[in-house]
Each structure stands twice: as structure tokens, then as C-alpha cells.
Write a protein that binds this ligand. Structure first.
Ligand code: G4P
Length: 536
């Protein structure tokens, strides 16, 4: 193939790809929606098999449970499948208690996000946190207001909440016809075409049949109660007059979200949502890179040679393989196995011959990949989070953020003789980004403490220490719940008495505080210093 033909091929493959994450508060319906995406893509024939989660102990990842139960192509980190001639890459962002920095970083590998909101609850804490990260990275967000088959809050009130709480303009694409038991369809806000759904099957196991009728036909449809219709007409008029107009540029820069209403359980409104999503959500776009002199440029996904960055490292996913896997997001060009690439951090060339994707729970060699795809790279100590690899070399992608810790603890090996394995384990888990390893400063002897964004990370840490390094550990939680990177002059920082100062593995100063108020107070007392909630 000539260069031109290769470019054309990469362009058409890149344009087919939609790489996104689904973000939500626990129980809003992310798992159900993901499952239905598989149902509508033809990956599974019936939905509703991931049951009993409330009864038994929840699986480490819902996706892993799905994988085991169905034997389909899912990994704990990314899942690839086709939906109507598009290639979908869904990234897993656990929004549950196992919420961690990993979740945040994974979002940097996404080109867009679907935000699932429970129609009765509105915007909840975890959604807010995840949304903030999307906003920080200017990731376009589409909103699916779920559970419309149950008593729901007023749709206008929900839109207002998106605007007030998240600070994003909301533009409804469709509008619910009724809610709760009376939720029978949706109307397109622009064309007013109405989609009426066949009576719900209780489980939503199969694709739901839908009938499309015009607004005028709906006016005389005997299945639509006249008061419901009048209300819909009134509301659509209101939206036409005062609603936010959707605009692709604003959407791509993260200033406006397109909103859909539906029910993931009964499948109402799903197909219109998925169809609209694959059209509206962006294909892989140019990404910012940093040149050695600090200059920032945009890297075109199509015309440039292969490049990728590592956003996650996971060790021992398969107990049969004791190595760790680096997950890399392809940003430009075509990847072919055995490619020789520049590893910027190490300043050397490496051959990528062990490139994988996970298929049906099995590791499968990935011979080719395109922008938007996620590669699993076997990592014999070569990769760290944030690493850039590229054929041309000479640049890095923007460093991945670290987030200020919310839990801090002292940790030591139970058996002092295991110190060496303990140190090795801590170093590895720090590299993976599972936890942050900090060294205290200023209080006589230096002590190692661990910090993380979610409590569950400590359980993971102790479990991994036990399984992978054969070290039993003693963990003593410390009362610090608010942290910040402190940037400023070398001296002169006034430390509040209850605060703890430490340095991270890159030598940056971190302040740990009991309360948000104490952190704010420390910031006020030290006007010459910046307090950062995430570090780049
Ligand atoms: P999550 O991944 O965001 O945590 O949410 P998940 O999909 O697990 O959904 C949480 C609960 O809400 C599940 O019920 C699920 O069946 C239900 N649900 C999801 N979407 C809808 C919807 O559109 N309408 C209604 N009525 N319910 C919905 P559960 O009883 O907690 O668990 P399960 O035993 O049904 O799995």
C-alpha cells in the first residue's frame, strides 16, 4: 500500500471507532445499560443474566462476572465489539466502592462519556466526581436519564440540576411521553417524531419493538391518553422556545450535554439513544503532545505514525501468567505487532511483540490496532502509567493526573523478615498507580505512608501483598481525609499543627489534613503556595 492508501485505511478505521466510558453513581443503571448495548449490538441474545448481585457477594467487576457467565469478549478494562458497523471500545470505570485513581485515569483514554442518571435521584456524588474529571479533560458527555419506568422527577427539574450542579448546559434530544407506569414512548425534540414502545416485558430480556409515528398521528392515537399528549405538546413547545440548542462544537468542548430519557431495564428509548450516540460521539480526535522544549502541539490520529500512552497497569490478571499488563490507548496511526517504537521515558527503542487484547476471557494476540483501540502490552517492568510510545519519538502525551488522596495509612510487614518483599511490592503497586507511596517529612525520622483515593484500594493493597508478594501486612489508618500537592518556594511553608507533610515518589510536597476546613485554612495561611487537588 502507498502512504496515501495507508492513511485512507487508517482514517476509515479511526472514523468507525467510538471509545468511551460510562460514568454513574452506583445503582443508576450502568451495568444494565452496558448489557443492553451488548444486546442491541447482537453480542448477546438475551439480557438479564447478571442477576443475584444483591444476594451474593458482588464480583470484583461486573464485567468479569458477565465474561464468566457468557464467555464473551470482555476484559476488566476495555471491551470491544461492533454496533451497526461502528467499532465500540467501552472502558470500564468502576463507579462503585472500588472507585479509585484508576477510574480517573481511565477517563483520559476515552473520547467521550455516557453519564447515566437515575431519574428519581438526579445528580449524585460519584457522578459529580466523575463528571468533574470529564470536564477537566474536556471529554464530551452524553446524558442518559434512566429508570423512567419508575416514578421520576420532573424532566425540566432534572435538566436544571445538570446545569446547576454540574455547570454544563443540557440540551434534550428526546422527551419522555409519560413517566413511571405511564412511560410509553419518547418524542424527538426537534422533529417531534414519536417512538412508541411495545408493552414492556418485565425483564427487558429482548430487544423491544417500537413504532414510529408523526406528532399529528400521535394526536389521534387511541393508545395515547389526551392529557399525556397535551402535556407533551406543551413541554415540546417550551423546549423549542427556551431550551438549549445543541451545537456540535459546544458538545465537543464539553460545554453542552445532549440528554436522552429512557429505561435501561425495559429497553424503552435505548435504540434511539444508541443510534444517536454513535453518530454524535466523536471518533478519535487529535491529542495534545509535549515536545522536548515544552512546546505543545496537536497530534493528528490519521496522518501521524503509531503512538499510544499507558493509562493503566494491572498485574497478574491471569494467575497462570505472573507478569503484568500495561493498557495503552492508541492515539494515532496503525499498530502492527512487532513494531519498533520509541519508549520516551526510557529513551530507548523497544519492539512491541507481545500485544494483546482479551477475547472471551482469553488472551489473544492483537496483530493490528487503530486509533481509539486499547492494547494490552505485557509489561516486564518496562511500562509505567503515563508512558508514551511512538514510532517517530520525540514527544510525550500530557502526563496523567494524580488525584489528591482521601485515605491515608501506615503500613508495615507483620514479619519483619519480609521487609525486602514488602518494599518490592509497595514499589510495584505504587508504579501501577493502585496507591500512592509517600514519605513523611519534617518530623524527625522519615516514615512511609500509603495514600489512596478510595478505601477499597487499601484492601486491594493488602490482598495483593499477600497473594503476589507473600507478605502479611499491618495497616493502621491515619485520620487524614484531605490532601493537596503544595507548590511554592522551598522554605517558608507554615504547617498547621495537625497536618502531615510528605513527599511523593517524584519528590513533590504533599500536605495531608484532617478536614477540608483545615486544608482551606492552611491555604489561607500560606498565600505564597498553591494547593493542587491533582498533579500533572
Ligand atoms: P450500576 O451498574 O450503575 O450500579 O446499576 P445496575 O445496572 O446494576 O442497576 C442497579 C439496579 O437498578 C438493578 O436492580 C437494575 O435492575 C435496576 N435498574 C437499572 N436500570 C433500570 C431501569 O431503567 N428501570 C428500573 N426499574 N430498574 C433499573 P437491582 O434489583 O438492584 O439488581 P438486580 O438484582 O436486578 O440485578
Amino acid at each position: 500500500m502507498s502512504d496515501n492508501e495507508v492513511n485512507k485505511f487508517v482514517e476509515s478505521e479511526a472514523n468507525r471507532r467510538r471509545t468511551f466510558a460510562i460514568i454513574s453513581h452506583p445503582d443508576a443503571g450502568k451495568t444494565t445499560l452496558t448489557e443492553k448495548l451488548l444486546l442491541y449490538s447482537g453480542m448477546i441474545r438475551t439480557a438479564g443474566m447478571v442477576r443475584g448481585r444483591k444476594t451474593g457477594k458482588k464480583a470484583a467487576s461486573d464485567w468479569m462476572a458477565m465474561e464468566q457467565e457468557r464467555g464473551i469478549s470482555i476484559t476488566a478494562s476495555a471491551m470491544q465489539f461492533e454496533y451497526k458497523d461502528r467499532i465500540i471500545n467501552v472502558l470500564d470505570t468502576p463507579g462503585h466502592q472500588d472507585f479509585s485513581e484508576d477510574t480517573y485515569r481511565t477517563l483520559t483514554a476515552a473520547d467521550s462519556a455516557i453519564m447515566v442518571i437515575d431519574a428519581a435521584k438526579g445528580v449524585e456524588t460519584q457522578t459529580r466526581k466523575l463528571f468533574k474529571v470529564c470536564a477537566m479533560h474536556k471529554i464530551p458527555v452524553l446524558t442518559f436519564i434512566n429508570k423512567m419506568d419508575l416514578p421520576a422527577r420532573d424532566p425540566f427539574e432534572l435538566l436544571e440540576e445538570l446545569e446547576n450542579v454540574l455547570g454544563i448546559k443540557a440540551s434534550p434530544k428526546n422527551w419522555p411521553l409519560g413517566s413511571g407506569k405511564q412511560f410509553i414512548g419518547t418524542a424527538d425534540c426537534e422533529t417531534r417524531e414519536i417512538t412508541l414502545f411495545e408493552k414492556a416485558q418485565k425483564t427487558g430480556a429482548d430487544i423491544v419493538a417500537a413504532k414510529k409515528i408523526s406528532f399529528e398521528e400521535a394526536r389521534n392515537d387511541k393508545d395515547i391518553k389526551s392529557d399525556l399528549f397535551s402535556q407533551l405538546e406543551y413541554e415540546l413547545d417550551l423546549i423549542a422556545e427556551a431550551g438549549n440548542r445543541f451545537n456540535t462544537d459546544d458538545f465537543l468542548s464539553g460545554d453542552i450535554t445532549q440528554v436522552f430519557f429512557g429505561s435501561a431495564l425495559t429497553n424503552f428509548g435505548l435504540e434511539p439513544f444508541f443510534d444517536s450516540f454513535i453518530d454524535t460521539a466523536p471518533a478519535p480526535r487529535a491529542r495534545e503532545i509535549i515536545m522536548p522544549d515544552g512546546e505543545r502541539k496537536e497530534l493528528d490520529p490519521v496522518s501521524e505514525n503509531f503512538s499510544a500512552f499507558v493509562f493503566k497497569i494491572q498485574a497478574n490478571m491471569d494467575p497462570k501468567h505472573r507478569d503484568s499488563m500495561a493498557f495503552a490507548r492508541v492515539c494515532s496511526g496503525k499498530f502492527e505487532r512487532d513494531l519498533l517504537v520509541n519508549h520516551e521515558r526510557l529513551g530507548k527503542k523497544i519492539r512491541v511483540s507481545r500485544s494483546l487484547r482479551m477475547n472471551a476471557g482469553e488472551r489473544e494476540t492483537a496483530d493490528v490496532a487503530f486509533p481509539g483501540d486499547i492494547l494490552g502490552l505485557i509489561n516486564p517492568g518496562v511500562f509505567s502509567i503515563g508512558d508514551t510510545i511512538s514510532v517517530d519519538g520525540g514527544f510525550i502525551f500530557k502526563p496523567l493526573p494524580q488525584f489528591s488522596p482521601e485515605v491515608v495509612a501506615r503500613i508495615r510487614p507483620k514479619d519483619i523478615g519480609k521487609r525486602k518483599s514488602f518494599d518490592k511490592g509497595l514499589l510495584q503497586l505504587g508504579t501501577e498507580g493502585a496507591i500512592q507511596v509517600l514519605s513523611t517529612v519534617g518530623s524527625g525520622h522519615t516514615e512511609t505512608v500509603v495514600a489512596a483515593v478510595g478505601k477499597l484500594q487499601f484492601e486491594v493493597l493488602q490482598d495483593r501483598m499477600r497473594r503476589d508478594y507473600q507478605v502479611e501486612t499491618i495497616l493502621e489508618p491515619l485520620p487524614y481525609e484531605h490532601g493537596a500537592w503544595i507548590v511554592g518556594p522551598e522554605t517558608g511553608f507554615k504547617k498547621p499543627s495537625r497536618a502531615l507533610l510528605a513527599t511523593d515518589t517524584s519528590g513533590r510536597l504533599v500536605g495531608l489534613f484532617y478536614t477540608e476546613r483545615e486544608k482551606d485554612f492552611a491555604a489561607e495561611q500560606n498565600p505564597g503556595f498553591q494547593f493542587l487537588n491533582f498533579s500533572n
